[in-house]
Design a protein around this ligand. Structure first.
Ligand SMILES: [Zn+2]
Ligand SMILES: [Zn+2]
Length: 276
């Protein structure tokens, strides 16, 4: 099993991402959609520009992360180096722990105003499909979410193989969570007890802050259930985006790139109720 995993991880991750892009973009064209799009080509164009930025910043991010995790592993930093446990348990627990640390980084990004300025770019999308995967500010990916995996590795002693497996598992799930595809009810009913299903993540993209500040997990919704941030809302009632970014001008790549440097108050649930 380890041999197969190592072979899989030897594939350049960029190729794996491209394969997922082709797969999900095609499925969204061919299968039944959850939501109707008004201006699909424009939406895709702006998110593809984010995709280009993502790829460029990823070269730097991947190099720093791999270098740091390799250094930590070489010096045996972290809890897993203090105990003897089977490799497969280390792998499964490791993936869950990477996910847990990302959960806390994500939750903090909603809590601290400076971090929210960058993170709100991901939440700005008023119509969602799998291309929303890439809608994120590069400064946030590099300096905030970029550090989460290094921190997880330093605390728990997680190695590069586990990190590779974590990317391999989380990438298709995150694509799926944003995709404009209809899923059968059993997906939420059963898988939703443990995993973050597409509908559960979509609640996180609701414009009402009460729901935006919930369901932070990428893989295991268990973290939200455990740390008290799990919420539910029927998917048909979700309104995507943020009130602050509703106009068409604010949905462009250019505006979104400079938006962290523009002062705008966060619209709270109360503001929304009052119709502000
Ligand atoms: Zn968020
Ligand atoms: Zn999202």
């Amino acid at each position: 099993m380890m041999e197969f995993l190592n072979k899989l991880l030897a594939i350049d991750f960029n190729y794996i991402l491209i394969a997922f892009i082709v797969l999900f973009y095609s499925m969204e064209q061919l299968m039944s959609n959850q939501f109707k799009f008004n201006k699909r080509p424009q939406h895709l164009l702006h998110n593809i520009l984010f995709q280009v930025v993502f790829y460029i910043s990823n070269i730097f991010y991947a190099a720093v992360t791999v270098f740091s995790v390799e250094w930590l592993n070489k010096h045996q930093v972290g809890l897993f180096y203090l105990v003897q446990i089977p490799v497969w348990i280390k792998l499964i627990a490791g993936v869950a722990l990477f996910d847990m640390v990302t959960y806390w980084f994500h939750r903090t990004a909603h809590k601290i105003p400076l971090l929210w300025r960058f993170h709100r770019v991901h939440h700005s999308d008023t119509t969602m499909d799998s291309s929303t995967f890439f809608r994120g500010h590069p400064i946030e990916s590099l300096f905030w979410f970029g550090t989460s995996n290094i921190v997880a590795s330093a605390i728990f002693g997680l190695d590069l193989t586990t990190m590779g497996l974590y990317f391999l598992v989380s990438a298709p799930l995150i694509f799926m969570e944003h995709s404009n595809l209809k899923f059968p009810k059993w997906v939420d009913k059963y898988l939703g007890l443990i995993f973050t299903t597409p509908n559960l993540h979509k609640i996180h993209h609701d414009e009402d802050q009460y729901y935006t500040d919930s369901n932070f997990s990428d893989i295991f919704i268990l973290w939200d259930r455990l740390f008290g941030t799990y919420k539910h809302k029927p998917v048909e009632e979700i309104k995507f985006g943020l009130k602050e970014f509703e106009t068409e001008k604010k949905q462009t790549f250019w505006y979104l790139m400079i938006s962290p440097f523009i002062n705008m108050g966060r619209v709270t649930s109360e503001d929304l109720k009052k119709g502000k």
